[in-house]
Design a protein around this ligand. Structure first.
Ligand code: ZN
Length: 294
């Protein structure tokens, strides 16, 4: 009998202890959830695309009351051209320029990238998107590709109308804003994601334009390896050699996806197996820290 009482008391003690432990854990659990909700990144709100276009334009224009273009070039201060890394990675980027600079689609090149599982960053103009809306929609939803901004009208980004390769740049801050922001919004409408990178037409821009882009949350991207595919008739071997000669950790390669008759694809068929033999892997730009020479 005594033993039964002792066992009963023991059992009650265990139940009481479990209850105390359970109830004392609850506040901790709630506290830790509260901590998570405090420290977790908020749902990204788009502080640019959600703002009225004209208001944002006026705000940016007012921030640059006097045009100070600074240097003009492909590698001016603030432009990035490399991934900051010691890893054997290379980023292929392909421009889709539009209009007389090419609004065709190199479908075979994109098929090759898919077949070989090569991620790539694609820069689109608004003009190319208008010429190829269905294709753009498909590319925009292919996770192999990162969709970025090549300008609304394929105009070099400038605040005083500098011209490059016969293409006149934007004339002032307002036009530079339009070139970047109109296309950012156009792209976001389809992808649901606001571009974070902008490659100016011809890759030339001035220093003020870099600042305008910065005010829009956008980094201007140039290149480390000029493949040379944009000169019509350049042999595939020459393009491939340019890529292989320049290949190094974190290099950004510039190519085009809007000229099926150019030799970009044949060049890739030569360069890619060799790069893989050398141990390189291919990446998109997003999620990597980038750097420029200035
Ligand atoms: Zn272009």
């Amino acid at each position: 009998m005594k033993l039964k009482i002792i066992l009963l008391i023991g059992l009650l003690a265990i139940i009481a202890a479990c209850y105390v432990a359970f109830t004392s854990r609850m506040p901790h659990a709630e506290a830790s959830e509260a901590l998570v909700s405090q420290t977790a990144k908020p749902t990204p709100t788009d502080t640019f695309s959600d703002v009225n276009y004209d208001s944002l334009r006026l705000k940016i224009v007012n921030e640059f009351p006097i045009a100070r273009p600074g240097k003009w070039g492909e590698f001016v201060k603030g432009v990035d051209e490399d991934i900051d890394t010691n890893s054997k990675i290379i980023a292929f980027t392909f421009d889709a320029c539009g209009t007389k600079y090419g609004d065709e689609y190199n479908a075979a090149l994109i098929s090759y990238l898919r077949l070989e599982h090569i991620p790539a960053t694609l820069f689109f103009t608004g003009l190319w998107i208008d010429a190829n809306p269905d294709t753009f929609r498909v590319l925009a939803h292919d996770s192999l590709f990162e969709i970025e901004n090549h300008g609304f009208e394929h105009r070099p980004c400038a605040v005083c109308g500098e011209t490059e390769y016969g293409i006149r740049g934007t004339l002032n801050v307002g036009e530079a804003f339009d070139e970047i922001e109109r296309n950012n919004r156009k792209i976001k409408k389809v992808t649901g994601r606001r571009p974070i990178f902008f490659r100016s037409a011809t890759a030339f821009c001035d220093e003020e334009c870099v600042k305008v882009a910065g005010q829009l949350g956008v980094t201007i991207i140039s290149y480390d390896i000029l493949s040379g595919d944009a000169v019509a008739g350049t042999p595939a071997k020459e393009i491939a050699n340019n890529i292989l000669k320049g290949a190094r950790d974190g290099a950004i390669v510039i190519m085009h996806m809007n000229h099926p008759k150019w030799n970009a694809l044949s060049a890739l068929r030569i360069a890619i197996p060799e790069l893989r033999k050398r141990g390189f892997q291919f990446v998109k730009l997003e999620h990597h820290r980038l750097k420029g020479r200035y």
